[in-house]
Design a protein around this ligand. Structure first.
Ligand code: PLP
Length: 437
């Protein structure tokens, strides 16, 4: 790689300054779908010259992104409407910087559509007047980035109570919408979460989807962590109802071994994004305007990094098979850790384990423990993190302090898990003894 860069710089004057390719050139040079088997690095690297360099940074950056997002969309089982290449498709994928940005972009698109619809009924209303009546929804388990999207978009955000499994259900959404409509407000957006931050719980898309369709709410799915797991067919049950979704995003940078930053986002119909972000100054026009994808209409920034490259490299280097193996191993190790926690009566698994996330805490007095469980768990976590041997992040679940333990690295082994568990147990003994004194 270093030699290649040196040669490139030395011989730069032999290359064209402007690419001589037609729109769609790159799609003809690469397969339609991701390889199932891993590919050797030599083959992947050779394709930088064969596939990427003829298109320089642009259009290669755009075209590779569209291809790789189609690969990834197929890998997680998205319907064809979300693929650039499907016949008659108005949708496709785009790489955003973060899940927060994807949630915000989706909210802006939903807002554009709601304002347009409302102004057809009441043409005298200004955009800002409609905006002031808009209401968005998410569950009480949604990530803080959803709250942030509402703050920046200047729309009211309702946090709907999740059920006993920490899942957002249809009946609660219906009630919230009805109440807001009664008060003259305009419900326009729901951010459902597949794999919440606190406990990896899943909102019920099957129930929420038809309601959003009926009530004309933009349905965005934030699957930041759990989205990677959908590469394995056995974990796709949670995607039931995806046929109602307008946009969905996940972070390959969380569990797919792609370096941060990288958020894969798909939309069913890019029209709303174009209407939201469309600007057309002379200096951005080019001979292929309108013929090729212009990602500047799909995102907030104009320029973009060539993030598709790292996604392309990782998918090819592991193959679908290797990625599935990695996910299944993460889940297996989390299950092992869960068994360890359950085997020690001083601990409680605080929510049902899904995928690779185990949330646990020390038992309180009412649960057979010896002291205030929340206070003890907090001290335990602080001691563990201060020790420098392991790091975990807390969450509050229904007001209880819990520790989140997750496996996302390809290098984590069962020995690491045993070592961590041993440390957790020993530290817990010290903390509980101190608290009893
Ligand atoms: N959504 C969920 C469910 C998350 O767990 C996280 C981060 O942990 C985010 C969104 C925020 O992700 P990002 O840092 O990509 O904005």
């Amino acid at each position: 790689m270093v030699d290649w860069i040196a040669d490139y710089l030395e011989n730069i004057r032999d290359r064209r300054v402007f690419p001589d390719v037609k729109p769609g050139y790159l799609r003809r040079l690469v397969p339609d779908s991701a390889p199932f088997e891993p590919e050797p690095w030599e083959d992947i690297f050779a394709d930088v010259e064969r596939v990427v360099m003829p298109g320089a940074s642009s259009p290669a950056c755009t075209e590779l992104e569209a291809v790789v997002m189609d690969w990834l969309g197929k890998m997680i089982g998205l319907p064809d409407d979300f693929l650039h290449s499907a016949s008659g498709s108005k949708g496709g994928g785009v790489i955003q910087t973060t899940a927060s940005e994807a949630t915000f972009v989706a909210l802006l698109a939903g807002r554009t559509e709601a304002i347009r619809r409302y102004q057809k009924l009441c043409p005298d209303l200004e955009d800002a007047e409609v905006n002031s009546r808009l209401v968005a929804y998410c569950s009480d388990q949604a990530h803080s980035s959803v709250e942030k999207a509402g703050l920046i978009g200047l729309v009211k955000m309702r946090y709907i109570e999740s059920d006993e499994n920490l899942s957002l259900r249809g009946d609660k959404l219906r009630q919230a919408i009805a109440k807001d409509r009664e008060n003259g407000l305009v419900p326009f957006y729901l951010c459902a979460t597949l794999g919440t931050t606190g406990a990896c719980s899943f909102d019920n898309l099957k129930e929420l989807g038809p309601i959003c369709r009926e009530e004309r709410l933009w349905l965005h799915v934030d699957a930041a962590y759990a989205g990677t797991a959908f590469i394995c067919p056995e974990f796709r049950g949670w995607l039931a109802g995806v046929e109602y979704v307008d946009s969905i995003a996940f972070n390959p940078s969380k569990w797919m071994m792609v370096h941060f930053d990288c958020t894969a986002m798909w939309v069913r119909n890019s029209g709303a994004l174009h209407r939201t972000f469309n600007v057309d100054p002379l200096y951005l026009q080019h001979e292929n305007s309108g013929l090729a994808i212009d990602y500047m209409h799909w995102q907030i920034p104009l320029s973009k990094r060539f993030r598709a490259l790292k996604l392309w490299f990782v998918i090819r280097n592991f193959g679908v098979k290797g990625l599935q193996k990695h996910i299944r191993e993460g889940v297996r190790l989390a299950k092992e850790f869960e068994h360890m926690v359950r085997s020690d009566k001083r601990f409680i698994v605080a929510a049902q384990r899904h995928l690779g996330l185990v949330v646990f805490r020390l038992a309180g007095e009412q649960e057979g423990g010896v002291c205030d469980g929340d206070a003890a768990t907090e001290i335990l976590l602080k001691r563990l993190n201060a020790g420098g041997k392991m790091h975990a992040v807390p969450a509050s679940l229904r007001g209880r302090y819990v520790i989140r333990f997750t496996v996302t690295s390809q290098r984590t082994t069962i020995e690491d898990i045993k070592e961590d568990w041993d440390l957790i147990r020993r530290t817990a003994t010290v903390v509980l003894n101190e608290m009893e004194e």
